[in-house]
Design a protein around this ligand. Sequence first.
Ligand code: NAP
Length: 256
Amino acid sequence: MSHHSETRRLLILGGTSEARDLARALGERTANGDRRWSVISSLAGRTSAPEPIAGDVRSGGFGGASGLADYIATERIDAIVDATHPFAEAISRQAAEAASATGAKYHRLVRPPWTPEPGDAWSPATTVEEAAGQLPAGAAVFLTIGRQQLAPFVTRRDIRLVARMIEPPDPPLPDSVEVILARPPFTIEAERRLLADRRIDVVVTKNAGGELVRAKLVAARALGLPVIMIERPADQLPADATTVAGILALLDHHDV
Ligand code: NAP
């Protein structure tokens, strides 16, 4: 096993289940005497009660690419795993830029997008605005895109909106919007019941990928409901790995 002086510093940019899983896996290695990596996880600090993360955690923005570069230098970070959400564009761009400015390695971990299966009725949208524009008047809409980009839907006064998110938006939504506060994972049965109870006509979601929030798509298929699928940003940085195991393998081959 590596001598302690060979320990390298890893910054995990998080806010996803993959980031938590990676921190846990590396924490278990360290507990078992493998000292190759010392890890710090970073959160944007958006949720007031984030799910627990193994090991050291810091929270809040760095102050753009230059702030992150300063952080990398001060904390002597050797490598970054960018495990942020596929729709979190700014932080990924900034992390790649800060890594190349400082010489730190940059590895991007992104889960694969969902792809439609037989029986799915998806229509793609490239932006939230486009998705909102596709909704027919009078539709009852189940919206699961978080709390940051709700305006184009809320301003459609001719639809009935049920919006699910982890924490309520600030400022609050008008009373006409039903807000469901809940944290994944969700079961297919519970999603089916929710869609049926609210008499939903159409589901709107982002192509986040992953298993934790996939159940709504299976439930929509079972009920024959259409899904408006907001596609991932077009000019994304390529993924270096799509699983935690894949990123661990990359870290194991990290050049000294
Ligand atoms: P974003 O637009 O890419 O980032 C906005 C700013 O937030 C960044 O410029 C950075 O501030 C700060 N930031 C973002 N992620 C950070 C991290 N892990 N650690 C420290 N600072 C971070 O991101 P976003 O879409 O608002 O997402 C914020 C966080 O929520 C991300 O960590 C992401 O993984 C998670 N998340 C996002 C979504 C989504 O749909 N967008 C869904 C689930 C989870 P500075 O410029 O000051 O450094």
